[in-house]
Design a protein around this ligand. Structure first.
Ligand code: AMP
Length: 237
């Protein structure tokens, strides 16, 4: 039997790291509907343009389209041993469709991994993070040694103060993602996550599939916890 896993977690919960770990450990691809839709950017047809427009408005793509893109992705060779769903399902109808689709192949969801993190910690991970050109990341609240941080007032105070972060040894100024610079934007993302996942968690909870993984610990600890859950799920089958 294949291994189909749903990965859920708010921004800052370390979902990307754990998806990478599972891809390597279990040889199954990450299926991110956000990535699949973004990959349509280069297409010129009306359908692809409609998808880009909906994404740009921050709205969800309709269920039928989303399910169809997942169906196509799952029919590819690398997904025959299973997949890690990321950003999918986002609605109860998508969840119901996925169950029925997997059942038609004699498969089912093995586990829904919910990376559980205190929301204030998640907020600080996003609000405080900065990175170097080489991709090394630091954080105002946690990984901050060797970096000097300073809040610089915006002239006229029309915008929130800018977080200036400089590596003390080299003088390199670190980069902060624009979408992390506004506290309210981060809070909005967290709110949206809570709103959209609550019904799904209830749906999978009723099937006994939700596994909460404490995510406020080093990456390797989270991976170990995931491995234990998936190994137990594999044995139960
Ligand atoms: P993400 O990268 O997962 O945040 O997704 C980016 C955008 O793609 C979302 O804002 C939606 O417009 C679209 N999208 C991704 N996954 C789904 C989904 N499961 N259902 C509907 N729309 C989605």
């Amino acid at each position: 039997m294949a291994l189909f896993v749903i990965l859920m977690g708010v921004q800052g919960s370390g979902k990307g790291e754990q998806a990478r770990f599972m891809q390597e450990a279990y040889g199954i691809p990450q299926v991110s509907t956000g990535d699949l839709f973004r990959a349509m950017k280069t297409r010129e047809d009306e359908f692809a343009r409609g998808v880009q427009q909906t994404m740009a408005e921050g709205k969800l793509i309709d269920d039928a389209t989303t399910n169809e893109i997942v169906r196509q992705r799952l029919s590819e060779a690398d997904a025959q041993a299973g997949a890690i769903f990321d950003g999918y399902p986002r609605t109860p109808d998508q969840a119901a469709w996925l169950d029925q689709y997997l059942a038609s192949k004699g498969e089912k969801i093995a586990a829904v991994l919910l990376l559980d993190i205190d929301l204030f910690t998640a907020f600080k991970r996003a609000f405080g993070r900065v990175s170097s050109k080489a991709g090394v990341s630091y954080n105002l609240y946690s990984k901050n040694s060797g970096v000097s941080f300073e809040w610089v007032e915006h002239p006229g105070s029309n915008h929130p103060p800018r977080l200036k972060a400089v590596v003390t040894a080299t003088g390199e100024e670190l980069n902060r993602r624009p979408d992390d610079a506004h506290a309210h934007a981060i809070i909005k993302r967290i709110d949206t996550f809570i709103e959209t996942t609550a019904p799904l968690i209830a749906y999978y909870e009723s099937k006994g599939l939700v596994k909460r993984v404490p995510a406020d610990q080093p990456i390797a600890g989270v991976s170990d916890a995931i491995r234990a859950i998936l190994d137990a799920a594999a044995q139960a089958r």
